[in-house]
Design a protein around this ligand. Structure first.
Ligand SMILES: [Zn+2]
Ligand SMILES: [Zn+2]
Ligand SMILES: [Zn+2]
Length: 166
């Protein structure tokens, strides 16, 4: 699969993101004999509407509109499934969910989160995770959760803040 520019880079085609994400999700679930039920698929599609993490409660109105049971436990069950399959990651600092652009092999997320527009980019986590593992091992520390959430400003927001300041 060819690489496309990241969400905050010029030339990013988001329709392609959504299309690829749903395609990968269907393929993975098929291979694993897991059921991507209509509500699970819709929740995934809603999360992929943007590159901004969405909270469970933000999903409820769209589910109700689509005629699904929009009680919070239903949404949480769908989110649990998507998380267990590695199709979405939870951003703890925002208590919200983001689609994984490269689901498949299990991995911990490493994210750049814009504090202004909340656009979030998932980085290739292996080098970061390796550094964390070796530092922790050196200190005899047992890691239980190693999602990395880095907060800052995306290029677009840097530009608009600069314009405001001028
Ligand atoms: Zn996109
Ligand atoms: Zn991921
Ligand atoms: Zn931003």
């Amino acid at each position: 699969m060819s690489k496309q520019p990241l969400s905050f880079q010029p030339g990013h085609n988001h329709d392609r993101c959504i299309h690829q994400a749903l395609h990968k999700a269907r393929t993975l679930c098929n291979e694993r004999k897991q059921r991507l039920t209509p509500i699970r698929e819709l929740v995934l599609q809603l999360i992929w509407q943007s590159h901004k993490p969405l909270g469970a409660y933000e999903l409820l109105p769209a589910l109700a509109d689509a005629g699904f049971n929009s009680a919070p436990p239903t949404v949480y069950r769908a989110l649990d499934f998507l998380q267990a399959q590695g199709l979405v990651h939870r951003i703890a600092s925002l208590n919200a969910f983001i689609g994984c652009p490269h689901p498949g092999p299990a991995h911990q997320g490493c994210f750049l989160i814009c504090r202004s527009c909340s656009s979030t980019v998932e980085l290739e986590s292996a080098p970061v995770q390796n550094a964390i593992h070796s530092s922790a091992a050196h200190l005899g520390f047992i890691i239980e959760q190693e999602t990395v959430e880095v907060v800052g400003l995306c290029p677009n927001c840097q530009n608009s803040l600069q314009r405001e300041a001028e």
